[in-house]
Design a protein around this ligand. Structure first.
Ligand code: PNS
Length: 159
């Protein structure tokens, strides 16, 4: 059974992430979207809220689930019996950081492989930070996130 982990901050989940989830779900028997719970990293949404938004976005997928994790990603992957990590690459600028992450993970746990999926060109400019900036300034975010996420953003930003 091919168990894959798609880790990230997802603060909040965007259509770019959903595109990666969709494609990763097709090459995995079971896909776990893993939300990093890192109190040291300032996030807009609590980890439970980030999971709730992902849960809504994946409700039509039978083989996708969401969980939060803390500590090392490879320890979490090991605990789930997963040896594939999925990451999206939007542009060359993502590559250096992603390479470092993937190589570090493999040094710590050599049974794990990272599979990079190229973000659909339609979403190659998109990031959670950009979405938050546009939402803060009352811009239209309907092309970036689901209506569920859009409502949550408006509520948290008092818009
Ligand atoms: O969405 P992000 O913020 O780019 O995701 C980064 C993430 C969560 C994949 C990465 O920070 C991570 O795996 N953190 C867990 C801690 C860890 O395992 N660090 C060692 C590898 S550098």
């Amino acid at each position: 059974m091919k168990i894959s982990i798609y880790p990230g901050s997802f603060d909040p989940i965007t259509y770019g992430h959903i595109d990666i989830i969709d494609r990763a779900s097709k090459i995995s028997d079971r896909l776990i979207v893993a939300v990093l719970n890192n109190p040291e990293k300032k996030s807009l949404f609590k980890v439970e809220e980030r999971c709730e938004m992902i849960k809504d976005a994946i409700k039509t997928y039978d083989n996708v689930e969401v969980e939060s994790f803390d500590g090392l990603l490879v320890d979490y992957a090991k605990s789930k019996g997963a040896n594939i990590i999925i990451r999206g690459l939007r542009a060359v600028t993502d590559f250096e950081y992603e390479l470092q992450l993937a190589q570090t993970n493999r040094q710590i746990y050599d049974k794990v492989d990272t599979i990079f999926l190229l973000t659909n060109i339609q979403y190659s400019y998109l990031s959670s930070s950009i979405v938050k900036q546009v939402a803060k300034e009352n811009g239209d975010i309907s092309k970036f996130v689901t209506p569920f996420v859009s409502d949550k953003l408006k509520k948290i930003l008092n818009k």
